[in-house]
Structure formats: C-alpha cells, structure tokens
Design a protein. Structure first.
Length: 157
C-alpha cells in the first residue's frame, strides 16, 4: 500500500517497497510567474551547446574548447583555448576567478608540463579551480588540448 507524504505545495512523494514517485504539485506558470528554472543555451549546434547557463543555480557549463588554429604547438593551442574560455565566461557574466572545476584532455601526457606552464600563467593565484587532467583521444588528431569548465555566475534578478 503506497504511503503519501506532502512536502508543502511543491511535491508529493509516494513510496512503495519498490519505487519512489515524486510528483510536482506546483500550479501551472503564467507569463507573469516563472515557476521553472531558467536555463540559457548559447552557441547551439546540432550536437551541443557551447555554453549553458543555469541562472537559478548560478552556474555556467562550457563545452570542451579546442584551439581555432590546430597547427600551433601545445603552448599556442593552450593559450587559444584559454582565450576562448575567457570570452565565454565573460558572455556568461563570469570570469576565470569563478571557475569551480576544469577538466583538461591531452592526447599525449608528454605535453602536460608545457600545458601547465601556460595554465599557471593564466590562472589567478589563490583562485585555482578543482582540476583533473586526463589522457584521451580528441576529435581530431591535430588537437593537442581540450578544456571544459564549470563556473559560478550571478543569479538572475
């Protein structure tokens, strides 16, 4: 026999021994009431968005960024990628001091030291994000680095 618990007007939770059902009980939103979270998708392509901003949570998610000129060496590609990240963060109303996490993909870990040298010049001391560096094949063999970040943004007014 299901047990029903009401959590204010927000949700109804029903549980049985096998499942948990959470039902949204909020009234339908009208144009003057926004009961939904605000998610902005920018630079939307067929397979991905370059930037997704979740205003209610104050978070921006950047797709993995690669160099515009893949003929550059690892240092040049890293500088290009970090410049792209700066531009996308500015578009989201954020900056590199608000990066929460970064994931760096390198197809060859022999490039780790050279990439780190550029990274260390770019990050603000004392404002470094959580970070992981992973060896992985990238979308095209000429790419030497790809960086994906999540950053804090101002909440919507």
């Amino acid at each position: 026999m299901p047990e029903t618990v009401l959590l204010g007007f927000l949700r109804r939770v029903e549980s049985t021994s096998r499942r948990l059902i959470i039902t949204n009980m909020r009234p339908r939103a009208t144009p003057s009431q926004d009961w939904t979270m605000t998610i902005e998708r920018r630079h939307v392509g067929k397979r991905l968005s370059g930037l997704v901003i979740h205003r209610a949570a104050g978070t921006a998610y950047l797709a993995g960024q690669v160099a515009d000129d893949p003929t550059a060496d690892i240092s040049g590609q890293t500088r290009q990628v970090l410049a792209l990240i700066d531009a996308l963060l500015a578009e989201a109303g954020s900056d590199k001091t608000k990066i929460l996490s970064a994931t760096i993909y390198l197809p060859d870990m022999a490039d780790f030291a050279a990439m780190n040298a550029v990274w260390e010049q770019w990050v603000v001391p004392g404002q470094t994000p959580a970070r992981a560096t992973v060896e992985a094949k990238l979308a095209a063999p000429e790419y030497r680095v790809e960086i994906q970040v999540v950053a804090a943004t101002p909440n919507a007014a």
